[in-house]
Write a protein that binds this ligand. Structure first.
Ligand code: SAM
Length: 290
């Protein structure tokens, strides 16, 4: 296959294995072999892949902490007609990695972006979870900031789609505790760890079960958490429905008193009531003005 460049070069988003090197595609290796430069989130990890397949190519780092300057440099090369491949530390670029910014920059600069698809941890975990796959929401990483984490979880607690989160092992126990608080202990969860690797394991349990399990067991490896969506027929408990006798203003003010900013409080109240944010926003501000 011949890769044709226009006057500008092309950015290739190349998906690489999430563990098992056998999962790399033939086309991915061809593209890595054919480009002028490989921009890697983690050059050491990418070098292992390249060495394994005998690919010797110019490699540069492109990650969260150098993405602005390095992004401009990569655009300059693309404008000179060079072809560049971007690879994540594992899996598909632009999914929970700075590839997203590079894609935007290329589009702004009229540079062709194409993809060499392949492994992605979230979808691999979803299909192994045993939970509904028809409708799902990818939620990525939760913030390390406690308040933002809680707001994020509150904003999806009534979502009926299966939810997919990424998590690092050292934060897993806190995250599970926060999830149990937001979603309730009965919610089913699949914890997918070390996918495609020797110690691949899928634990299918509830949030209560997961919290208990990890009180006894140290989390190890990389995790994807796949969580059952909210049940459409579930009775909303009195505790969850604390707002039912409150006015919209009182409802929003309660969340603000709990520490949310007004934007998050309005969104959470709208999610609770199952109405558009704008409706709560208008009523809240109208009442505050009156
Ligand atoms: N771009 C990647 C993708 O396509 O999935 C994800 C990059 S993100 C920075 C890294 C996170 O993906 C990890 O913290 C973990 O949550 C998840 N992950 C990556 N490889 C994994 C694996 N082999 N098993 C389980 N989770 C994995």
């Amino acid at each position: 296959m011949i890769y044709m460049a226009d006057k500008n070069g092309t950015l290739y988003l190349c998906a690489t294995p999430i563990g098992n090197l056998g999962d790399v595609s033939k086309r991915c290796l061809e593209v890595l072999n054919s480009v002028d430069l490989i921009a890697a989130e983690d050059t050491r990890r990418t070098l292992q892949l390249l060495n394994h397949f005998g690919i010797t190519k110019a490699l540069t780092s492109y990650h969260e902490h150098n993405k602005k300057a390095k992004g401009e440099y990569i655009i300059k090369l693309l404008k000179e007609g060079k072809n560049v491949a971007q690879v994540s530390d594992a899996g598909t670029p632009a999914i929970s990695d700075p590839g997203e910014d590079l894609v935007r920059l290329c589009i702004e600069n009229d540079i062709t972006v194409t993809s060499v698809p392949g492994p992605v941890a979230g979808i691999t975990a979803l299909i192994l979870s045993g939970l509904p796959t028809g409708r799902y929401a990818f939620e990525g990483f939760l913030s390390v900031n406690k308040r933002h984490r809680r707001e994020h979880l509150n904003s999806v607690k009534n979502d009926q789609r299966t939810l997919i989160f990424y998590e690092a092992p050292h934060k897993l126990k806190t995250t599970l505790a926060d999830m149990r608080q937001a979603f309730g202990g009965e919610r089913r969860i699949a914890l997918a760890r070390e996918l495609t690797k020797v110690h691949e394991e899928i634990i299918r349990t509830t949030l209560d079960g997961a919290v208990d399990y990890y009180n006894e067991t140290a989390p190890r490896g990389e995790y994807v958490l796949v969580i059952e969506g909210a049940s459409p027929s579930a009775e909303v408990s009195d505790e969850e429905c604390f707002w039912k006798d409150l006015s919209v203003t009182e409802h929003v003010d309660k969340y603000i008193a709990d520490g949310m900013d007004s934007k998050a409080a309005i969104k959470t109240a709208a999610d609770d009531r199952g109405v558009p944010k704008r409706e709560i926003y208008n009523e809240y501000h109208k009442n505050k003005r009156d």
